[in-house]
Design a protein around this ligand. Structure first.
Ligand SMILES: NC(=O)c1ccc[n+]([C@@H]2O[C@H](COP(=O)([O-])OP(=O)(O)OC[C@H]3O[C@@H](n4cnc5c(N)ncnc54)[C@H](O)[C@@H]3O)[C@@H](O)[C@H]2O)c1
Length: 355
């Protein structure tokens, strides 16, 4: 076999990128798509020349000729049931973050993937951001010595914040900082987080019942400290989809990465000043793709075809989830939370996470 047949479920923004990436790459044989919005289904079917295009995702899971399922549907309550059905059917699965809403669900998905001996990964696309990959490499190869702290501050615009906040009431930690927690946990492997303290700040999103920013401090088992600021309320006039600042400090060196996407400015009479190419998944620019999601998508197909480890181990995604749930509980109780979470704390954290 030198090709894989792929199904993409939910071909909105991210699923659309993944479906196009598959359609354009020779590693993908037949492409199938499932999408509940009829206009979007027709648009993506035409753009990808999909072998089948349906509003019934379960019919794709039931097909024996499909090897890989990519799940990009929203709202996020769909992630667990769709991934469970796909894994149980023996498909290799790439699931967008968040892996699930409950830690028990994440555990179950990981167990099913192990039982079925299939690849299961979570879409932490920023692993394919070259600046973040460089930070990881510089820690692994010893360039930076022993790490002492990591800081990531990321802000997205309030339009995108509202798109997310209007479909599900998950915190900035769960929906945005999750990428940066994943980055820090990945950089710091095999250390484990032992304590989390988090605070919310409220502004324009208060009326949605959600914070504008969430600031989280994570202490690792050897004392390394990680600080993550996740904001979702930059004014829409600042046309920069995501703006990020990263500091990784070690005993022998440091990396300061400006990922604020201010290195290209487009100024038009119609739309004013814009900072293009600044979305987290990236976008196609004619013959090339600028950003991480296309490479991430094909990398998963390569992992399946050549039996390589997928970039994101779902157990690390589960650890990241425990951290952001602890962050939500901490912000709710106004106190630091020790990890691992107890069963009682998991229930309280869920209530604090999903408003
Ligand atoms: N890695 C990243 O950089 C990144 C960026 C944005 C979003 N995300 C994650 O990706 C996921 C998708 O986000 P998005 O912005 O693409 O969302 P989106 O709302 O643009 O797309 C989701 C699509 O799923 C479709 N859908 C809903 N129910 C369906 C069903 N039952 N069957 C088939 N299709 C169905 C919707 O019609 C919609 O087109 C989210 O969970 C989000 O957390 C990841």
């Amino acid at each position: 076999m030198n090709q894989l047949n792929v199904a993409v479920i939910g071909t909105g923004w991210c699923g659309g990128i993944r479906a196009v990436a598959c359609a354009q790459h020779p590693i993908c044989g037949d492409l199938h798509i499932a999408e509940s919005n009829p206009e979007r289904l027709a648009e993506m079917a035409a753009e990808t020349n999909a072998v089948s295009a349906t509003d019934d995702w379960e019919s794709l899971i039931g097909r024996s000729d499909i090897d890989v399922v990519m799940i990009s549907a929203t709202p996020e309550t769909l992630h667990y049931p769709m991934a469970k059905a796909a894994l149980e059917a023996g498909k290799h699965v790439l699931l967008e973050k968040p892996i699930a809403l409950r830690l028990e669900e994440a555990d179950e998905l990981i167990e099913i993937a192990e039982e079925k001996n299939v690849k299961f990964t979570v879409g932490y696309s920023q692993r394919f951001n070259a600046k973040q990959a460089l930070a990881k490499r510089s820690l692994v190869n010893g360039d930076l010595g022993e790490p002492s702290s990591i800081l990531v501050s990321r802000h997205i615009g309030r339009n995108l914040g509202a798109k997310i906040g209007n479909r599900i009431k998950l915190s900035p930690a769960a929906m945005e900082a999750t990428h940066d927690i994943d980055f820090a946990m990945w950089c710091l492997e095999p250390r484990r987080p032992v304590r989390v303290y988090s605070q919310n700040s409220f502004g324009v999103r208060r009326e949605m019942g959600l914070p504008d920013s969430q600031i989280t401090v994570i202490t690792m088992d050897d004392g390394v400290v990680v600080t993550i600021n996740a904001g979702m309320s930059l004014p829409n006039h600042y046309k920069n989809a995501a703006t990020t600042w990263i500091e990784v400090i070690g005993t022998k060196g440091s990396i300061i990465a400006d990922d604020s996407h201010r290195d290209i400015v487009v100024n038009t009479t119609e739309r004013g000043i814009e900072f293009p190419l600044s979305t987290m998944p990236g976008e196609a620019v004619d013959q090339m793709y600028a950003g991480p999601m296309e490479r991430e998508t094909i990398s998963f197909l390569e992992a399946v075809l050549y039996d390589r480890p997928a970039m994101v181990d779902p157990r690390l995604a589960r650890m990241t989830m425990e951290v952001y749930m602890a962050a939500d509980l901490s912000a709710d109780l106004n106190e630091p939370i020790e990890l691992p979470l107890s069963a009682d704390q998991m229930g309280l954290a869920l209530a604090a996470s999903v408003k």
